[in-house]
Design a protein around this ligand. Structure first.
Ligand SMILES: C[S@@+](CC[C@H](N)C(=O)[O-])C[C@H]1O[C@@H](n2cnc3c(N)ncnc32)[C@H](O)[C@@H]1O
Length: 379
């Protein structure tokens, strides 16, 4: 055996010492920096439709990872905290629709890893767990999430293969599919996209279609978790925005990318969450940083180039949504995905807003022809 092969074969043994983790890096990280920079060079726009931090980059890097972990524990950020706390129960109710036999688990964006822990524990209890492959744009998030996901579970280090990769790019999904195929062969895989991550993408339906087309084989399943709303009008949109505005830790998280990629002096009073109605399908919330200094600032970007940031110009820091039932059903049809199980915590209406909840859906590829997917703009 060649010297290099021997070193690779010894990795599982090295990993028995829990201070080491391994991570496959699936793409050139310098290219990612160019992508962030391009997002910050967009034309001026007072409504948050110009400069932006695209999804994924909000979480990329150590500062953002730590800020995200803090936000998930913030009492004032119920969307994530309650979603994590109630996940085990909702997953138990949904898991009945899983197929029998060994399942490998590929987690797209594991975040802090608590939900993966619930899934891996349940697969182990059934005696059907295979490999665990968490995939995230952020290496730091992978390390943090992996530690939590595997805590107190007896899973051999040789069965864990973290992958640093941006899953919103079609060519990356081709490479991921090849990697997964060479790891698990034809055995079934459970994929997950949890924590309303889908809602962060401008082209959410296109991303879901792409994931289904590129990854899902007939024997695989896809676990999708999204935020839901029972109604949609301007008042509901304002209430959805308010959920984010109230959390100091969430505000630190969304501005962490700005601190990393620009030399802007952050003023928290320049941050706003703006809700709107996205047709019949969803409430949409944009988190925006607005220049309120009455003068044009100059931003220095990671490649040392500069870009003017005029008064009242904006940088969109995050996009999220709460989907209506009709919006969700249509998105699944458009992506050629079929629901085989669901747990929907509908939440409770309050005097000033409709019920906001979480839907956890187990999906499989439908027999319909795979819909074509064009390039994904802005994501
Ligand atoms: C909203 S968090 C959800 C975390 C976790 N699934 C949960 O439900 O608590 C989104 C996660 O997806 C990752 N992510 C976002 N966009 C990504 C992309 N384009 N490629 C890979 N990972 C991405 C983030 O780093 C983060 O871990």
């Amino acid at each position: 055996m060649a010297e290099r092969d021997r070193a690779v074969h010894r990795i599982p043994e090295i990993l028995e010492d829990t201070r080491w983790t391994v991570c496959l890096v699936g793409e050139e990280q310098s290219g990612k920096l160019a992508q962030v920079t391009a997002g910050l060079r967009h034309r001026p726009d007072p409504d948050g439709a110009g400069k932006r931090i695209t999804s994924g980059f909000s979480y990329w890097g150590l500062e953002s990872t730590i800020a995200w972990a803090h936000a998930c524990n913030d009492l004032y950020y119920p969307v994530m905290r309650e979603g994590i706390a109630s996940f085990s129960r909702r997953w138990q109710n949904t898991a009945g629709a899983l197929p029998e036999g060994t399942l490998h688990y590929v987690s797209l964006g594991p975040g802090t890893g608590q939900k993966d822990q619930a899934i891996l524990r349940q697969l182990r209890e059934r005696g059907t767990s295979g490999s665990y492959i968490p995939v995230d744009i952020s290496a730091e998030m992978l390390r943090l999430g992996q530690r939590e996901a595997l805590h107190n579970l007896r899973i051999s280090p040789g069965d864990v293969l973290p992958v640093q990769l941006d899953f919103a790019l079609p060519r990356n999904l081709d490479r991921l599919r090849t990697l997964i195929k060479s790891t698990v062969g034809d055995e079934p895989v459970l994929y997950s996209l949890l924590g309303n991550t889908l809602a962060n993408f401008d082209s959410d339906t296109q991303l879901l279609t792409l994931l289904g087309n590129k990854l899902l084989r007939p024997q695989d399943r896809f676990l999708l978790e999204v935020a839901s709303t029972a109604g949609q009008d301007d008042g509901a949109a304002r209430a959805a925005a308010q959920e984010y505005e109230n959390s100091p830790r969430f505000r630190e998280f969304v501005t962490s990318a700005l601190m990393q990629y620009t030399d802007l002096q952050i003023d928290m009073d320049c941050l706003s969450c703006e809700g709107s109605v996205e047709g019949e399908r969803a409430l949409r919330v944009k988190v925006i940083y607005r220049n309120r200094t009455d003068r044009t600032l100059v931003l220095t970007l990671p490649d040392r180039s500069t870009v003017p940031f005029p008064d009242q110009d904006t940088i969109r820091l995050l996009l999220t949504r709460k989907y209506t039932r009709e919006g969700l059903d249509k998105m699944l049809v458009d992506a050629a995905l079929l629901k085989v199980g669901e747990t929907h915590d509908g939440g409770h209406a309050q005097f000033d807003r409709p019920a906001f909840g979480m839907a956890l859906m187990l999906l499989q590829a439908s027999a319909a022809p795979r819909p074509p997917v064009g390039p994904i703009p802005f994501d």
